[in-house]
Design a protein around this ligand. Structure first.
Ligand code: HEC
Length: 105
């Protein structure tokens, strides 16, 4: 008798869990957008090659781990007052990792 009531509840709980997880996954397209709009030009000028991606692939990269990457994104964001939301920082870091750094999560 009890199972009849519990089962739909379980289904609802599970699907809520699944959907909240996909909601929390980083938005790589948003990360890419932000990189292009707020980060690329300055990095291009900085490296002097006119290519804003090269700062992420330079040989003397300061970034050796996912933690470094998050720290660096956060530093550029706050030092330069780019006004990214924390979710945006997560998205950019995830995009940069997927595209350039390829650290294991
Ligand atoms: C006004 C210029 C400027 C802007 C805008 C800027 N950065 Fe940077 N960024 C730098 C400079 C300069 C360095 C190199 C710092 C160094 O060598 O210590 C750097 C380095 C980095 C690095 C480390 C690269 C490596 O592998 O060594 C990351 C990651 C990074 N920036 C992320 C970002 C992100 C993400 C944004 C945009 C949200 C951003 N930066 C916007 C100037 C900028």
């Amino acid at each position: 008798m009890k199972m009849i009531f519990l089962r739909p509840l379980l289904v609802v709980t599970l699907s809520l869990l699944v959907s909240s997880q996909s909601f929390a996954a980083p938005d790589l397209a948003n990360g890419k957008n932000i990189d292009q709009q707020k980060c690329y030009a300055c990095h291009a000028k900085k490296t002097g090659f006119g290519n804003g991606d090269m700062i992420y692939t330079r040989n003397d990269s300061k970034v050796k781990s996912m933690a470094d990457l998050k720290r660096m994104v956060s530093l550029c964001n706050s030092e330069l007052r780019l006004d990214l939301f924390p979710e945006d920082e997560v998205d950019v870091a995830a995009f940069l990792n997927q595209q350039f750094y390829k650290f294991k999560p």
